[in-house]
Write a protein that binds this ligand. Structure first.
Ligand code: AMP
Ligand code: ZN
Ligand code: FE
Ligand code: FE
Length: 283
């Protein structure tokens, strides 16, 4: 059976394995196909490609921080973008802007924490990000080091990064994002669309509108979805003619989920590859 995991993070964002370690771990876990999908960056692509073990197909992608402005306040969401041209100027400029905004936002969160006497520094957090896209898991790491919480999950509770010390990012409008991914020859899949544990989720009407705008698929099998939610997403995808995927959203030790814990069916993967023209699958 072909084992396909299309959503994995490395140290290019908030995963804990380097891109090279990630592809080796993917092969060791028995994956036939894996995607590297760091937040708002293609910074891990080259190292992952260089270290790709024989027999592992590598899909290069990214997870884009987006927002839907049809609700008040706007609802954040994530789009997985696969096999796009990393040099296409509009999308590349947006990715740069998103990463810069992550830095400013991270500094603001650290300043809020410090104002309440929490003994962490931006330098420390910046060091954990190690040149990759900065995210709250890096701030969580500093909170763990300072002995204030024991786990990343605890750091995301409302007393900490989930609400009290939450600062929003200035994300990409989701319709602009779908358009930019397509213009760059890529394929856009809505990541964990029903993940209520992360906050508000969007209504089905938005998914209908996104499908009209060129969205290609929905991530159904994800640890943050209940079995009922997975079934609802499959039904919606079928109704709208969208592909469905399943993936681990692996983050190394920042999460407990393992590589290949959720997988994508080969026929869905083939549809994604056939629809993309911005970058080839490697291997
Ligand atoms: P950020 O991108 O900075 O807003 O941080 C959110 C990221 O942290 C998401 O990619 C999540 O995958 C990751 N994360 C890790 N643990 C958690 C958690 N317990 N709750 C929410 N997000 C988490
Ligand atoms: Zn993440
Ligand atoms: Fe996500
Ligand atoms: Fe993710």
């Amino acid at each position: 059976m072909t084992s396909i995991d299309l959503h994995c993070h490395s140290t290019a964002s908030d995963g804990t394995l380097t891109p090279a370690e990630l592809v080796r771990a993917g092969a060791a876990a028995g994956l036939d196909v894996m995607a590297i999908t760091d937040h708002d960056t293609t910074g891990g692509w080259a190292a992952a490609a260089a270290a790709r073990p024989e027999g592992l197909q590598l899909v290069r992608g990214a997870e884009l921080s987006c927002r839907w402005h049809g609700a008040d306040p706007a609802i954040p969401l994530h789009l997985l973008a696969y096999l796009f041209d990393p040099d296409e100027p509009v999308l590349a400029a947006e990715l740069t802007r998103l990463r810069e905004d992550r830095e400013q936002r991270g500094e603001r969160i650290v300043a809020k924490l410090r104002a309440d006497g929490v003994p962490i520094t931006w330098d420390e957090v910046w060091g954990y990000a190690a040149g990759g896209s900065v995210g709250r898991p890096h701030i969580a790491q500093a909170l763990i080091r300072a002995g204030l919480v024991k786990t990343t999950d605890e750091a995301f509770a409302s007393a900490w990064l989930g609400a009290r010390y939450f600062v929003p990012k200035s994300d990409l409008d989701v319709f602009d994002a779908v358009r930019a991914v397509r213009e760059a020859g890529g394929v856009a899949v809505f990541a964990h669309p029903r993940a209520t544990k992360r906050g508000r989720v969007v209504p089905d009407e938005l998914i209908v509108a996104l499908a009209d705008a060129g969205l290609f698929g929905l991530e159904a099998d994800h640890e943050d979805h209940s079995p009922a939610e997975r079934a609802q997403i499959r039904a919606l995808a079928e109704r709208l003619g969208l592909a469905v995927t399943g993936s681990s959203d692996f983050h190394g030790t920042h999460k407990t989920v393992q590589l290949g814990a959720f997988r994508t069916a080969p026929e869905m993967y083939e549809k994604i590859v056939a629809a993309a023209s911005g970058a080839p699958v490697l291997g």
